[in-house]
Design a protein around this ligand. Structure first.
Ligand SMILES: *[C@@H]1O[C@H](CO)[C@@H](O)[C@H](O)[C@H]1NC(C)=O
Ligand SMILES: *[C@@H]1O[C@H](CO)[C@@H](O)[C@H](O)[C@H]1NC(C)=O
Ligand SMILES: *[C@@H]1O[C@H](CO)[C@@H](O)[C@H](O)[C@H]1NC(C)=O
Ligand SMILES: *[C@@H]1O[C@H](CO)[C@@H](O)[C@H](O)[C@H]1NC(C)=O
Ligand SMILES: *[C@@H]1O[C@H](CO)[C@@H](O)[C@H](O)[C@H]1NC(C)=O
Length: 292
């Protein structure tokens, strides 16, 4: 009995890995609920449009060649359409305007895209808070053309406006910048900081997205250099940098090696105009081994 059961388990495990190695493209489904939510930032509370109540919105995470179905339910007050930034073609419903109370399913067939893209509401007032990452991993069994990262993290650079944004409002210059929705400590408003935990000697694939509508953003991590490995959903020739410049809408995939002294380091994001800056923090943990 026991050995039959073990054989069965072994077979199941083999079948599982087999299907991982040889499965083709998948159909992947997401449900997005466009809804209003309240946030307190920059010393005041306001209502913004979100996907599923979060800012930034839900991350899509699929594999090369997958087909992605995103059913967007509009529970907001205004018609909205979603742009799939950088997806070359094969989007069914690219120009669909979704009226309040209605839903629409976008069908996105990926082809050669690999790495990081993003999605956002088309109109300027909504895109400030309705956006998120669109991560395309290698196909099953396919490897990265660079050392395999310990883990993979998305960093979205965004902006925040004091003004209420609703249909018809044209946002001007941002009042603050955000790292994954956090304003950090430079605005004097007790806003939270984005915090990134890294293991000493870990290798991290950071997926950076500049979701700021209108400004080139500069990103850096104190005392760390960064290796660019991908750009706008294709692999890039490796290059090293201590600060990264991202045009509006651009994405960069970079490797961060956590190889400095164990401690805390500032992450900084600022518009290239240098007007303001937003900080986050990297914390080293030492779970990978004892330190002397
Ligand atoms: C959004 O919320 C709906 C309703 O709660 C849920 O069914 C759906 O899975 C959520 N989508 C994501 C991507 O979290
Ligand atoms: C989504 O839209 C379809 C038609 O466009 C409609 O039949 C369906 O009831 C809608 N679903 C929800 C949950 O609103
Ligand atoms: C773009 O930025 C400039 C200044 O940096 C600002 O004057 C303009 O209103 C912005 N445009 C939009 C559409 O946000
Ligand atoms: C700042 O935020 C912390 C954590 O959310 C909270 O405990 C504290 O009361 C806040 N302080 C002020 C002055 O708002
Ligand atoms: C970041 O902003 C703060 C507050 O405005 C300012 O004091 C600081 O000098 C800025 N840092 C950099 C590197 O620009």
């Amino acid at each position: 009995m026991a050995s039959q059961k073990q054989a069965f388990i072994l077979l199941s495990v083999l079948f599982f890995f087999n299907s991982l190695l040889f499965s083709g493209a998948d159909d992947v489904y997401y449900e997005f609920i466009l809804q209003e939510a309240e946030f307190t930032k920059l010393c005041s509370t306001k209502t913004v449009l979100t996907v599923n109540g979060s800012f930034p919105g839900t991350e899509i995470r699929v594999r090369r060649d997958d087909s992605v179905y995103v059913n967007v339910h509009n529970q907001g007050r205004f018609a909205v359409s979603i742009d799939w930034e950088g997806v070359e073609d094969s989007i069914d419903g690219a120009n669909e305007l979704i009226q309040p109370g209605r839903n629409f399913t976008y069908e996105i067939e990926l082809d050669d895209e690999i790495g990081t893209l993003w999605w956002h509401a088309r109109s300027a007032w909504a895109r400030a808070t309705v956006h998120g990452a669109f991560v395309i991993l290698p196909a099953a069994g396919e490897e990265y053309p660079f050392p395999a990262p310990t883990s993979d993290l998305t960093i979205i650079l965004g902006e925040w406006f004091r003004q209420e944004l609703t249909e018809g409002v044209v946002p001007g210059q941002a009042d603050a910048y955000t790292i994954n929705g956090h304003l950090g400590e430079t605005y004097g408003c007790n806003d939270t900081s984005y915090e990134l935990q890294v293991d000493y000697q870990g290798l991290y694939l950071l997926r950076l997205i500049n979701a700021v509508a209108n400004e080139t953003m500069v990103f850096s991590i104190a005392q760390h250099s960064i290796t660019i490995v991908g750009r706008d959903a294709s692999y890039a020739r490796r290059s090293f940098s201590t600060s990264l410049t991202l045009a509006p809408g651009q994405t960069l995939d970079v490797l961060l090696s956590a190889n400095q002294n164990v401690g805390q380091y500032y992450i900084t994001a600022r518009p290239s105009s240098g007007r303001l800056n937003t900080t986050g923090i990297i914390h080293y943990t030492t779970s990978t081994g004892p330190l002397i």
